[in-house]
Design a protein around this ligand. Sequence first.
Ligand SMILES: *[C@@H]1O[C@H](CO)[C@@H](O)[C@H](O)[C@H]1NC(C)=O
Ligand SMILES: *[C@@H]1O[C@H](CO)[C@@H](O)[C@H](O)[C@H]1NC(C)=O
Ligand SMILES: *[C@@H]1O[C@H](CO)[C@@H](O)[C@H](O)[C@H]1NC(C)=O
Ligand SMILES: *[C@@H]1O[C@H](CO)[C@@H](O)[C@H](O)[C@H]1NC(C)=O
Ligand SMILES: *[C@@H]1O[C@H](CO)[C@@H](O)[C@H](O)[C@H]1NC(C)=O
Ligand SMILES: *[C@@H]1O[C@H](CO)[C@@H](O)[C@H](O)[C@H]1NC(C)=O
Length: 232
Amino acid sequence: MILIFYFIFYGFLTALFTLTMWVMLQTVDPFIPKYQDRLSVPGMMIRPKTDALDITYNVSNTETWENYVKMLNNFLEAYNNSKQVATNEFCRPGQYNEQPDNGVPNYPKRACQFNRTMLGECSGINDTTYGYREGRPCILVKMNRKEEDAQKLGELAMFPANGNIDLMYFPYYGKKVHLNYTQPVVAVKFLNLTFNYDHNVECKINAANIATTDERDKFAGRVAFKIRVNKD
Ligand SMILES: *[C@@H]1O[C@H](CO)[C@@H](O)[C@H](O)[C@H]1NC(C)=O
Ligand SMILES: *[C@@H]1O[C@H](CO)[C@@H](O)[C@H](O)[C@H]1NC(C)=O
Ligand SMILES: *[C@@H]1O[C@H](CO)[C@@H](O)[C@H](O)[C@H]1NC(C)=O
Ligand SMILES: *[C@@H]1O[C@H](CO)[C@@H](O)[C@H](O)[C@H]1NC(C)=O
Ligand SMILES: *[C@@H]1O[C@H](CO)[C@@H](O)[C@H](O)[C@H]1NC(C)=O
Ligand SMILES: *[C@@H]1O[C@H](CO)[C@@H](O)[C@H](O)[C@H]1NC(C)=O
């Protein structure tokens, strides 16, 4: 199963990146030492986040997943529609939200609304357990880079639709001036995981169409995690 996003890194506008999400049906063990390496690459992270990026739980045992739900609740509070409307602005889709300083250094930048409801079934609004109770868990993939397009996978649902993150959320000017900025996220819902099985999921960005980028940057930005849903 391969999921492809196209990324444009702001500041490298000629660069087209491909994010490939592999859902690998191999066992975990040889994989674990690599997690640290992957984590050190900035730009991508998941929620819920655990130390080993291991999401394992048992559907019929609430204590094994309620903490994941809590983490998602906490993380998504900042995305509440009311909060977004109070702090951020409604932006024109399809274009960068560039805000030149116009001679006033560090002038505060406005951020664009990223509403919780944009995460649909993974917003926690209608389904307060984000699918965990049914064994169809949502994982949020945080990305602080621009993403263009996504191909759909039969067994994954993506929110916002097709995993699209609008240009309006870029550039990011840093927390000193971009005060109310909430990072755009993509939610992935695993609709038909095989239960009682370790699934290794890797989201990575492959450089394509980049003349200026060296080999080391080719795989900049990736996150790998394990998900396992136990069910009788
Ligand atoms: C966010 O919305 C949820 C319900 O959708 C509510 O329970 C929660 O208190 C809200 N949080 C904030 C910080 O407004
Ligand atoms: C966010 O939600 C609020 C209230 O539901 C709505 O008024 C606003 O237009 C939404 N913003 C975006 C970008 O969809
Ligand atoms: C940030 O949000 C607050 C409301 O919480 C608002 O008063 C302020 O103008 C916002 N700042 C910027 C730079 O958008
Ligand atoms: C919640 O359910 C209502 C009614 O089915 C639907 O209209 C709405 O889009 C759902 N909200 C989200 C965020 O999925
Ligand atoms: C779910 O996956 C299994 C294989 O793991 C497959 O046999 C089944 O048809 C799938 N169900 C749906 C609804 O896609
Ligand atoms: C899930 O938890 C239940 C209740 O604790 C336990 O009986 C069952 O064996 C567990 N199933 C798996 C597959 O771990």
